[in-house]
Design a protein around this ligand. Structure first.
Ligand SMILES: Cc1cc2nc3c(=O)[nH]c(=O)nc-3n(C[C@H](O)[C@H](O)[C@H](O)COP(=O)(O)O)c2cc1C
Length: 325
């Protein structure tokens, strides 16, 4: 009998496959569909700090009564917030798997009190997706990083439910940032977020949006950093995100030491019922390799466990190039 049970952020999951934050989980019905197809947990679509501000200003600009501006800003903010809280409450009524709220933010102060409402609405954990384009030539990296650390402190002072940071892959030293978050009692990190990127259509001479979905080859960076971090932070929950497209990819990430994986693009491309295939493929792999539970092989291919761990550190292609004339 195969047992896929997994602990993540102190929560019990029936399997390690989490559906990551996206439009796949923006209504209670969709959350239920994900649960019915076997998701171990679901991260709800993010509430965007930026979106709340933007919505508020649009309403204000179209108002004929400037004196109503403050009221409208407050109302719009409240409304988005209320809708999101309803999404948590209703989803929780429909499913028996953990429902993780998600906030996409750029500051460490303005919105933080709102986290309490997420907790009150019944979220099992809060995932923080904090990002701002670090394009100020006069600002050193540590100044940007302070926002993450202050946010972690503020949140952990406020809420009792677990807090997990979904990080981008572009830190100079992801290990240091993760350590500092861990020191501030953050319960886990998701490695990595995938960002919107611009592209250029050279025929139409127009700016466009680059492909929004990941491809299986995008998993490589995730493998590297989960493999490196899982030995260094044994008490921190690690969730592998970006490029996890198949059951075999789930196995890879568990072998490199992740507690859970998060999937998004593969469900957009293959349909939500592809979750079942991924779970079956994970179980089949475990049967073939005589594993009955996830714990018995988690981290077996991580930096600390393999014979030549330098393979995780190697980044230049010198040897590879010299073999390819
Ligand atoms: C259409 C779409 C919408 C997304 N919306 C969000 C979001 O609201 N919040 C968030 O943190 N990530 C969002 N993401 C990022 C995904 O959660 C995930 O981190 C990213 O797609 C990488 O995982 P994947 O390779 O499995 O797609 C979105 C991704 C896609 C493709």
């Amino acid at each position: 009998m195969i047992n896929l049970q997994t602990e993540y952020l102190g929560l019990k999951l029936k399997n390690p496959i989490i559906v990551s934050s996206s439009g796949l989980a923006n209504t209670p019905e969709k959350v239920k569909k994900l649960a019915d197809n076997g998701a171990g947990a679901v991260v709800l679509k993010s509430l965007f700090e930026e979106q709340i501000n933007h919505e508020s200003h649009q309403h204000v600009e179209s108002s004929d009564y400037p004196e109503a501006a403050d009221y409208i800003i407050n109302y719009t903010k409240q409304n988005s917030v209320e809708q999101y809280l309803d999404l948590i409450e209703e989803s929780k009524k429909l499913v028996d798997i953990p429902v993780i709220a998600s906030v996409n933010c750029t500051t460490s102060d303005n919105w933080v009190d709102f986290a309490l409402k997420l907790e009150e609405a019944g979220a099992d954990a809060i995932e923080i997706n904090v990002f701002f384009m670090p394009n100020d030539k006069d600002k050193k990296a540590d100044k940007y990083e302070e926002t993450y650390f202050r946010l972690a402190e503020n949140l952990k002072k406020l809420v009792k439910i677990p807090v997990v940071f979904k990080l981008g892959a572009y830190f100079t030293n992801p290990m240091y940032v993760t350590k500092e978050l861990h020191y501030r009692n953050v319960d886990g990190v998701v490695l990595f977020n995938r960002f919107y990127a611009p592209d250029i259509d050279v025929d139409k001479m127009k700016m466009t949006t680059a492909e929004v979905f990941s491809s299986p080859s995008d998993i490589r960076n995730t493998v590297r950093w989960i493999g490196l971090m899982s030995g260094v932070f044994p008490n921190l929950s690690l969730s592998a995100s970006t490029g996890v497209h198949s059951g075999k990819d789930v196995v890879k990430m568990l072998l490199s030491g992740a507690q859970t994986v998060q999937i998004c693009s593969t469900l957009y491309m293959n349909g939500v019922d592809y979750l079942k295939t991924m779970i079956a493929d994970l179980e089949n792999w475990m049967k073939e390799h005589n594993y009955t539970d996830v714990e018995s092989f988690r981290g077996e291919m991580s930096y600390n466990k393999i014979e030549d761990p330098t393979i995780y550190e190697r980044s230049q292609f010198m040897k590879y190039f010299s073999n390819h004339d």
